[in-house]
Design a protein. Structure first.
Length: 224
């Protein structure tokens, strides 16, 4: 009976030692756990092909291209535990401003040149798949493809540079895969669809529906 308190003391001692050992083992690896994606700088340079479909009669499909850079304004990562505490799953939630320039060529009519400082929200899942929502407000200039002449006061005609100025309003939904998320390849692919309206040239609100396919170079590096 006198030995029972001694047994309880040793049992309590071994339990405390085991708890401290587990805690020490976790702390041992605390500084070497890689949380790539939690703290990083990220920029994108993108090129996309565009297919613009003009709705209503006559229906036309016009091709073009766009070039953009993405500057991250806000970054809110979300950390989910994976199968192991040492391999966390990082979900990226980001807001970008995307200065974008491009053109759409309409055969036998005009070439539209545009500039849009897009605002985009991008949600990248831990495997690299992402969804992106864009809001567009910008400027478009449509230049006539055929020569345009202006009658002068003396009755002669002079070739002039002529086009229409438009305000662009619209948005698009984009999906894709960011290889830089897990595979350390600085590329991302994307495809999406959107709509835009030209004022004052459009007589109807939804006049243009377009699709795009693009490739981005991802500048990603960890913050020190």
């Amino acid at each position: 009976m006198r030995k029972q308190p001694l047994y309880l003391f040793f049992l309590l001692f071994f339990i405390v030692c085991a708890v401290f050992k587990v805690q020490a083992q976790e702390n041992k690896y605390k500084d070497i756990i890689k949380t790539d994606g939690l703290k990083n700088k990220k920029y994108l340079a993108s090129i996309s092909g565009i297919a613009d479909v003009e709705l209503f009669k006559p229906v036309n499909i016009n091709l073009g291209m766009s070039f953009s850079g993405s500057i991250r304004l806000l970054y809110k990562p979300k950390l989910n535990k994976g199968k192991s505490v040492y391999s966390p799953k990082v979900i990226e939630r980001e807001i970008y401003i995307k200065p974008t320039v491009g053109y759409i060529y309409r055969k036998r009519y005009n070439t539209a040149l545009f500039f849009i400082p897009e605002i985009a929200y991008r949600h990248t899942f831990y495997k690299g798949v992402f969804l992106e929502l864009n809001m567009d407000v910008g400027y478009m200039f449509t230049k006539m493809n055929a020569p345009v002449y202006e009658r002068q006061d003396d009755g002669t005609f002079k070739e002039i540079f002529f086009g229409h100025h438009n305000l662009m309003l619209g948005g698009k939904l984009v999906a894709g895969y960011d290889f830089s998320k897990n595979r350390r390849t600085p590329l991302a692919i994307n495809f999406g669809t959107g709509v835009f309206y030209r004022y004052p040239s459009n007589q109807k609100w939804i006049r243009h529906i377009y699709a795009e396919v693009g490739l981005s170079y991802v500048f990603r590096r960890a913050k020190e």
